[in-house]
Each structure stands twice: as structure tokens, then as C-alpha cells.
Design a protein around this ligand. Structure first.
Ligand code: HSE
Length: 298
């Protein structure tokens, strides 16, 4: 009698779209189960696939998201929830976002779908606020909606679904050090020079155009981030070498996934993405850093 929902990992920022662009992978992902209880309030009765996550509904993002939805709908009953984690936390793959998105989707289903999937983004964002101190939508929106999603504005929220206009595969490599989004946001400068801004919005527009015109070369040349990558990549061991290896192996482009430490690369074919995975993995072999990597369809 549980309603179950799966939400996938996501790559936020996509180099030049800091806080405004992200895309969904087909896997890995998280599942949230939910059912009604007669007693009021939310309980988290099980957490599978990970150690050390709080089952306190005020501390776990799935409880936070569900609570916001119950308040909005004035529901007369409570909820029992379970979280089945399929991916590591603090990896830069939108782990808290996948849990938040799956929670929002499952609770909505259980309650007879009072909200559209797009309307669930604001609830899932509350999970991000809890997890990182900032209610960014560039992970939760693609995790809920799939494909590439542009968050054109936050006030008011304007989420634009771009789908996946061309075939794309993503290689993601997670060097297993935990990097909290809150930390990798704190280190960012609050101002950017005009010159860097111009390059960034040129690239973001190029990336959009490349996607919509199905132009792999344009998409590839637009995958640059001269603002945040230099500041954040110092927190990621061997970043430069891994990125160079991905490009040398034929990736269209590569960069930090979300706030890191995962590194992503986009390729036009699955075979290419697998070759890129091998090249990226080779950089870490013998480095003493454990890795996990995935090749997924976008
Ligand atoms: N856009 C956010 C950031 C995503 O880069 O901090 C976090 O996953």
C-alpha cells in the first residue's frame, strides 16, 4: 500500500549555467515510498542504502519536503515514509535533490495529484534549502521533469523544459571525498568581472542554441566555465588531469558536476562515453582515491 517514486541523479550548472541549468541522468537515483497513517505527522520508518542519514523528519529532506506539502494542503492525516538511496551523498550528483524530488512526487501521487509535476519544484526546493542552505532548483527541476531544464528566473520561478533534443551520454566520475554544497558555495566570490560575465552568458546562449539546433560542435565549444570552475576545482583532487583526459578521449566537453566533487563529461555516443570513463578512471588509478563512475543516457 506504499506509493513509490523514483527520481534520478542530475548534473547541475553544466559549466556555464551556474544555478540556472541542469540535466537528468537515467541512473543512479533514489526511491521514496510513502503511505497514509491515521496519526498526524510524518515518520520515516526506514532508510536503506546508506548509513548515517537522520530519520528525523525535520532533518531529512524527504520529511521536510513532505511537511511543506501537508501544510499547503491541510491534509487531515499523517505519513509514513521510507527512503531507498541509490547514490552517494555529497557527491555533486544531486543526491539531496533526487530524494527531495522523489518525496514530492510520491506524496503528490498519494494525495491524488493535486499539483502538476512542475508545481512540485517549489516543494522539492525546500529540501535543497535544508541540505545546502540555498533553495536552488537546478538539480530538483531536472530530477522531477527530466532532460535539460533551464531555471530562467527565481522570482518568480520560471522553469523551462528543454527536453533532450539530441542524443547525449554522460560520464560521471565521483572521487570519493565528501564535499558539502554549503562549503563549495561559501568559497565563491560574490562579484564577477564584466569580461567573465560576457564570456559566461555567451557560452550559456551557445549551449542552448547547440542543444536546440542539434549542433554537437557548438554544444561542445560552449561547455566552459571561467568563473566558478577555477575557484571550485582546487577542492577536487586531479581535476585538471581528469578533465583533460576526458577531452582527449573524445568528450564534447567536461566540467564539475554541480558543486562537485564529481566530474562530468558529455559524449555523442555510448561507446564514446565508455571510452571517456576509462580515460577518466585511469587518472585516479593508483592515486589512493576511491572512485565510483557511471555512464548514463541524458
Ligand atoms: N548550482 C548549485 C551549485 C548546485 O553549484 O552550488 C549544487 O548541486
Amino acid at each position: 500500500d506504499f506509493v513509490k517514486a523514483y527520481a534520478p541523479a542530475t548534473v547541475a550548472n553544466v559549466c556555464c549555467g551556474f544555478d540556472v541549468l541542469g540535466f537528468a541522468l537515467d541512473q543512479p537515483g533514489d526511491e521514496v515510498w510513502v503511505r497514509k497513517t491515521e496519526a498526524q505527522g510524518i515518520t520515516i520508518s526506514a532508510i536503506h542504502g546508506i548509513e548515517g542519514l537522520s530519520a528525523n523528519p525535520a532533518e531529512n529532506v524527504i520529511g521536510v519536503v513532505a511537511q511543506k506539502m501537508l501544510e499547503a494542503l491541510e491534509v487531515p492525516h499523517g505519513l509514513e515514509m521510507q527512503l531507498h538511496k541509490g547514490m552517494p551523498v555529497g557527491s555533486g550528483l544531486g543526491s539531496s535533490a533526487a530524494s527531495s524530488a522523489a518525496a514530492a512526487y510520491a506524496v503528490n501521487e498519494l494525495l491524488g495529484s493535486p499539483f502538476s509535476t512542475k508545481e512540485l519544484v517549489v516543494f522539492a526546493m525546500e529540501g535543497e534549502r535544508k541540505a545546502s542552505g540555498s533553495a536552488h532548483a537546478d538539480n530538483v527541476a531536472p530530477s522531477l521533469l527530466g532532460g535539460f531544464v533551464l531555471v530562467r528566473d527565481y522570482e518568480p520561478l520560471d522553469v523551462v523544459e528543454l527536453g533532450v533534443p539530441l542524443e547525449l551520454y554522460c560520464t560521471v566520475l565521483y572521487p570519493q571525498i565528501e564535499l558539502k554544497t554549503s562549503l563549495s558555495r561559501q568559497i565563491l566570490k560574490q562579484e564577477i568581472p564584466l569580461k567573465q560575465g560576457i564570456r559566461q552568458w555567451g557560452n550559456l546562449a551557445g549551449l542552448m542554441a547547440g542543444l536546440l539546433k542539434k549542433d554537437y560542435a557548438l554544444l561542445g565549444r560552449s561547455l566552459h566555465d571561467a568563473i566558478f570552475e577555477p575557484e571550485r576545482s582546487i577542492l577536487i583532487p586531479l581535476f585538471k588531469q581528469v578533465k583533460s583526459a576526458a577531452l582527449a578521449a573524445g568528450a564534447l566537453g567536461a566540467g564539475i558536476s554541480g558543486s562537485g566533487p564529481s566530474i562530468f563529461a558529455l559524449s555523442a555516443t555510448r561507446a564514446q562515453a565508455l571510452a571517456v570513463q576509462e580515460a577518466m578512471e585511469a587518472i585516479y588509478s593508483g592515486s589512493g582515491i576511491e572512485t565510483k563512475s557511471y555512464v548514463a543516457q541524458v
